[in-house]
Design a protein around this ligand. Structure first.
Ligand SMILES: Nc1ncnc2c1ncn2[C@@H]1O[C@H](COP(=O)(O)OP(=O)(O)OP(=O)(O)O)[C@@H](O)[C@H]1O
Ligand SMILES: [Mg+2]
Length: 240
């Protein structure tokens, strides 16, 4: 299993008169984990949707392993803040509705996210954190080369959030997919990612490498300094 090389070349995105993204140029290496932060409304989700092939660029192009993306990005899976589980399907059926599974054992992925014992349960009895684990298992069961995370942990309590962060890093290390994580939590971006970009008014205004070996220590001086740089930059960016 591996990831993809993502090459974003001069992307603009407009909705009518509204210019959401302007001249985005960015490369994400095969297997890299990139964090994307920025004020609400700056265009983070739009960028992820473009990479997923759910939106088309107004200008520029997007290459996946050197091939221009023209429709849905079949290499990618996306995970949102809400789990979006089907209430009428049990946990195991939510993970594998039978459409994409390329053979990975549903039991195996449920075991990886710590929910094997809950596979026959209905989604409504699960906690918020457990639902997100199911959503993560569903995103990963087809062994995607690219995982797009749009504030996946935004609605979770602090402790569950930290546990989920560890789980995401563990699965990324095991599977080597390319990851894009949109988050409002600067510390989360710095703890999880190889590199963090800040988007300000539709443009990349800061790019910073997190050259800290894993496992990373929350509260360490190195992590703290990087968080401060990113946070200061976000705070000085323009409110929309
Ligand atoms: N389909 C659409 N049609 C019109 N405008 C849109 C559409 N999708 C997004 N926008 C606008 O694009 C801008 C950026 O939206 P986007 O969802 O990418 O922001 P975001 O950075 O993800 O914000 P948040 O942090 O609140 O999730 C917003 O002004 C939004 O209203
Ligand atoms: Mg968003």
């Amino acid at each position: 299993m591996s990831g993809v090389f993502l090459d974003i070349q001069g992307i603009d995105k407009r909705f009518g008169d509204l210019v959401v993204l302007r001249q985005i140029n960015m490369q994400v290496k095969d297997g890299e984990f990139l964090g994307i932060v920025g004020r609400s409304g700056c265009g983070k989700s739009t960028l992820l949707r473009l990479v997923a092939g759910l939106e088309t660029p107004s200008a520029g192009r997007l290459l996946i392993d050197h091939q221009q993306l023209t429709g849905i990005n079949t290499a990618a899976r996306i995970m949102f803040q809400d789990a979006r589980l089907l209430p009428w399907k049990r946990v195991e059926e939510n993970v594998d509705p039978g459409q994409f599974n390329t053979g990975e054992d549903v039991n195996q992925i449920l075991e990886s996210v710590g929910l094997l014992a809950r596979k026959k349960d209905w989604p409504h009895i699960l906690s918020g954190g457990q639902k997100q684990r199911v959503a993560l298992a569903r995103a990963l069961v087809s062994n995607p080369k690219l995982l797009l995370l749009d504030e996946p942990l935004g609605a979770l309590d602090a402790l569950t959030r930290i546990e989920m962060q560890h789980l995401i890093v563990k699965l990324w290390q095991e599977r080597s997919f390319t990851g894009l994580l949109v988050t409002h939590d600067v510390e989360e971006a710095v703890m999880l990612c190889d590199r963090v970009v800040v988007i300000d008014r539709g443009q990349i205004s800061l790019e910073i490498g997190v050259n800290v070996p894993r496992p990373r220590l929350r509260g360490s001086t190195e992590i703290g300094k990087l968080c401060q740089v990113v946070l200061d930059h976000v705070l000085s960016s323009t409110a929309i």
